[in-house]
Write a protein that binds this ligand. Structure first.
Ligand code: ADP
Ligand code: MG
Length: 724
């Protein structure tokens, strides 16, 4: 790369022309929504009544899938897909890399006489067998036992993915080993869903709901992302290979004006957003909100919330779609949690609630007092869950890239606490103080839980520094990173809610059996929860310096890095929790722990190698050239008998020496032989390699401020962030 490529990138961005509109601008969104989805409506039209009813039973009521119907569904699905121009089908699954994997097969089977016919049986629909040996499994399988199976997840609809060269029928699946252990992110979502539902139903039954429907977790993920012009992207090997800039001085203008947030969306970006929304609509993904985010070049998309399982699939598909559509518009979509130092990173806020179609959301405060008590128990369960298992929530969002974001005064700290809002906090405060009196408007009165004041929908004020905030009808978990699957956090949320609801149901059942009045039982349950777990509630400023100190006094964990957080997955309490609710066995937990550490080591190692390479081959040469120019200048002046000021030469030579030393230290750190123990390897990476990388960067960023601009080869922050 030469500085020429940087300058020509700028010129090329100037000359950018939008792609021609490829659809009828008058098209109604309703016409295309779900048009590429084998939806319930499509099934109803194409399936025999009894088959449709059977599939519906599985989708709506989680009844086991009747194997006899698979052939009929497969045949209808195939016909539908062929009409949509599909030539191939793929079992899509979500391995522990956090990415989406798919194995494509042709519908065509050669017959032997030179012809072929389209085949797709129930067996092919229900089960696939990709070679599993190349996916991370953390010791769950030996390579020679490479069998892995994909299994159709009936609850997530199949869809057709378009490509200019032919369409593919995609079938969302689970991915398991030969021994039935989960190798993916979807299987545990489904298992945890089941566990949570069983316990939630026990609580609902106690509140008088006879035979309640299954309870599901809803998830509405808000996705933040950056867009940059692809010319700049292509001139940044760090962005291409690591997803983030490993070098780059802060621009003279950062985000301090707050002039980007909710600002007018640039025309080029708006064209991209409209195009992505159209693609998402076709896939039945209910994209709803779009706006500029805080940092320059940063934006957000949020879909309508859906069942966790579907939301998680849709979330993955959204990211894939965004990447592809951005390329079409000459841009690159960055999902890394911290692509640019010094400006805000990107998160994926997971809005979370529980409910079902029969009872609606169980986290809505409600109008009548009876519902209120029920709401308070569900809310109390959240408080218990987050207090007892905050470490697991932290571990569920642990990654090398998210470490750059959490606790960076733009994202919540790594300490997991709950923000309830004034109103709800007040109610729990009263419960904690004996729960008996409430004197807000009507004077002092003795109240049982069933006469607690009605809560209005208004969540009160918001607290952007809280990692887990009640926002009126849901909790918003703000720690997940923009590049992460929501499946991880949803599995933990479901499982810890299962435990907490189990605790609540058992306490109430026991009290009732002992003849306690129901309201009294609820009251003492809530009092117990708030006195044991109220310490997790925090309404102050999560960015302040006192908070970590106070949190420690309260006994809350502050797991700053991935290396601190991942061991939470294999504590005896965690292993017992996941085993009790049959979400993960010990081997599966250990495998996730190991894969997490392995991914951490791998991704930082790639970054370290890139830092070494770019530092040595791009930045060092620019600096040396400039140093040579300056030295020549000093020599020329002296030769002419003019007094030469060597100050400029010094300003380059000092950071240049630091860069050389830094590169040497980094090279040595990279060459370090890792221990077999993955935790030790990851600890070394964190404490030595990342530190060496930071030193190299500091020297390089100083050089960026002193080396002549025409010698600087890497596109700068102000170019990448402001030229679009
Ligand atoms: P914010 O004001 O927090 O930025 P957004 O409108 O960007 O809110 O996103 C809110 C997200 O929360 C959306 O995905 C929305 O569908 C989701 N959401 C709303 N209600 C619920 C609920 N009851 N359960 C889960 N998610 C919800
Ligand atoms: Mg938002």
């Amino acid at each position: 790369m030469s500085n020429q490529s940087r300058l020509s990138a700028i010129i090329a961005v100037e000359a950018y022309l939008p792609p021609p509109i490829s659809f009828d601008p008058g098209e109604e969104p309703g016409e295309i929504f779900g048009s590429n989805v084998f939806s319930l409506a499509a099934m109803q039209k194409r399936l025999p009544k009894n088959v449709y009813r059977s599939v519906l039973g599985t989708i709506e009521h989680s009844l086991p899938l009747d194997p006899d119907v698979a052939d009929a569904v497969a045949s209808a699905m195939k016909d539908w897909a062929l009409e949509k121009g599909a030539t191939h089908y793929a079992h899509v699954f979500y391995p522990l890399t956090g990415l989406t994997a798919e194995k494509h097969d042709s519908f065509l089977d050669p017959v032997g006489d030179g012809s072929a016919f389209a085949s797709f049986s129930g067996k092919t629909l229900v089960q696939g067998e990709p070679d599993a040996s190349s996916f991370p499994h953390g010791g769950l399988r030996n390579t020679f036992e490479a069998r892995g199976y994909t299994g159709w997840d009936v609850m997530s609809p199949a869809y057709v993915l378009e490509n200019p060269n032919g369409n593919t029928l995609c079938i969302p699946t689970v991915f398991i080993s030969m021994t039935g252990e989960a190798l993916d992110h979807k299987t545990p979502v489904l298992r945890s869903q089941q566990a949570m539902s069983a316990q939630a139903k026990r609580v609902l039954t106690l509140f008088g709901h006879e035979d309640p429907e299954n309870v599901v977790a809803y998830c509405g993920p808000e996705q933040e992302y950056f867009l940059i012009d692809s010319h700049f992207f292509l001139a940044r090997p760090d962005l291409i290979n690591a997803g983030r800039t490993l070098f780059g001085a802060r621009p003279p203008k950062g985000q301090e004006f707050d002039d980007h947030y909710f600002g007018a969306i640039p025309e080029r970006v708006l064209a991209f957003m409209m195009d992505t929304e159209r693609e998402l609509f076709k896939l039945g993904i209910p994209a709803k909100t779009r706006h500029n985010e805080v940092a320059p070049g940063q934006f957000e998309v949020a879909p309508m919330f859906e069942r966790a399982n579907e939301a998680s699939d849709h979330q993955q598909l959204t990211m894939t779609t965004f990447k592809a559509v951005a390329k079409k518009h000459g841009m690159e979509c960055l999902f890394h949690e911290k692509p640019f130092d010094g400006v805000n990173g990107s998160g994926k806020h997971v809005n979370f609630s529980l409910g079902n179609s029969q009872l609606g959301s169980l986290l809505v405060p409600g109008d009548n007092p009876h519902d209120n008590a029920q709401f308070l128990v569900f809310c109390g369960a959240v408080i218990r869950a987050v207090d007892l298992y905050g470490g697991l929530l932290r571990a569920s969002v642990a990654s090398a890239s998210n470490d750059h974001r959490l606790g960076a005064n733009e994202a919540p700290p790594a300490i997991i606490s709950i923000f309830l809002g004034d109103q709800l906090a007040d109610v729990f405060d009263q419960i904690a103080k004996g729960g008996a009196t409430h004197s807000k408007e009507k004077g002092t009165l003795r109240i049982g839980v069933d006469t607690l004041p009605n809560l209005t929908q208004d969540p009160g004020d918001r607290n952007r520094t809280s990692p887990f905030a009640f926002t009126g009808n849901r909790f918003e978990f703000r720690a997940p990173g923009s590049n992460q699957t929501v499946a991880g956090p949803m599995v933990v949320l479901n499982t810890i809610m299962a435990e907490a609801l189990d605790h609540c149901a058992t306490a109430l059942e026991t009290a009732l059996a002992a003849g306690t009045d129901f309201n009294e039982a609820v009251q003492s349950l809530l009092t117990e929860i708030i006195s044991n777990h109220g310490k997790v509630i925090f309404h102050g400023n999560g960015y302040s310096e006192q908070w970590p100190v106070e949190a420690e006094q309260r006994g809350l964990k502050n797991l700053r890095t991935t290396v601190d957080a991942l061991p939470e997955l294999i504590t005896p309490e965690a292993l017992e929790l996941f085993a009790t609710y049959e979400v993960f066995n010990d081997r599966e937990m250990h495998s996730r722990y190991e894969v997490g550490l392995e991914q951490y080591v791998l991704s930082v190692t790639v970054e370290a190698n890139l830092t070494l390479e770019i530092g040595s081959t791009t930045i060092l040469p620019s600096a040396i050239r400039y140093q040579t120019e300056l030295a020549a200048n000093v020599a020329a002046l002296r030769a002419a008998g003019v007094e030469a000021d060597t100050g400029d030469l010094q300003t380059v030579s000092v950071p240049l020496a630091a860069l050389r030393a830094g590169l040497k230290a980094l090279g040595a750190a990279i060459a370090h032989e890792h221990d077999d123990d993955p935790l030790e390897a990851a600890t070394f990476i964190r404490d030595t390699v990342l530190v060496a990388m930071a030193d190299v960067r500091a020297a390089a960023d100083t050089l960026e401020g002193v080396v002549a601009d025409d010698l600087w080869a890497l596109p700068t922050y102000q170019e990448m962030l402001y030229i679009l």
